[in-house]
Design a binder for this molecule. Structure first.
Ligand SMILES: [Mg+2]
Length: 183
């Protein structure tokens, strides 16, 4: 039975892919299968271009949420259209100020925000907080100083440390896809 109040968030590098490589087609089809059970979101540290290289060109529309640059840029399915103008504007700013350590994020209905780089993945939780009762997070760098540490430790998430895409899939199968109530 689909639990719509639950979302599973995934880091990309080392969690869904071998670091800096493209994801295995089997991992991608697993994620689509998982979407029948829970909502699925991607929270990558890289920009959307890199995430698309790793997860496919349609990465921002194939998942319920796709957060690039540690959640500072949100690409939500069916949200992109509305945000088109701001997206274009943000792209121009990124290009013009490429040498400054800044990140840009589309926020609210009419605004976008500029942040210093280094904001961590917990940033994306603000997009999910009022929508999901349970937020799971899967990442490979969940140790202190790792780029998954803050979101893994966040009281708002149930954190899962993984060692490889294979481990991610196996943990997800157990958690979300196997019947848990034994009569
Ligand atoms: Mg990682």
């Amino acid at each position: 039975m689909a639990k719509l109040s639950t979302i599973a968030l995934f880091d990309v590098d080392g969690t869904l892919t071998v670091p800096r490589n493209a994801a295995d087609p089997a991992t991608l089809s697993f994620l689509q299968e998982l979407r029948k059970f829970v909502k699925v979101g991607i929270v990558g540290g890289s920009d959307l271009v890199k995430i698309q290289e790793q997860l496919g060109q349609k990465a921002s529309s194939e998942y319920d949420y796709c957060f690039s640059e540690n959640g500072l840029v949100a690409h939500q399915e069916a949200y992109d259209e509305k945000a088109g103008v701001r997206k274009a504007f943000v792209e121009v700013l990124k290009r013009e100020f490429a040498d400054l350590p800044l990140c840009y994020s589309i926020g609210g209905q009419i605004s976008f925000d500029v942040f210093p780089k280094g904001w961590d993945k917990t940033y994306c939780l603000r997009f999910l907080d009022d929508k999901f009762k349970t937020i799971h997070f899967f990442g490979d760098k969940t140790f202190q100083g790792g780029n998954d540490y803050e979101i893994y430790e966040s009281p708002r998430t149930i954190g899962h440390a993984v060692t490889s895409p294979f481990d991610t899939i196996s943990q997800c199968r157990k958690l979300f896809m196997e019947p848990s109530d034994i009569a």
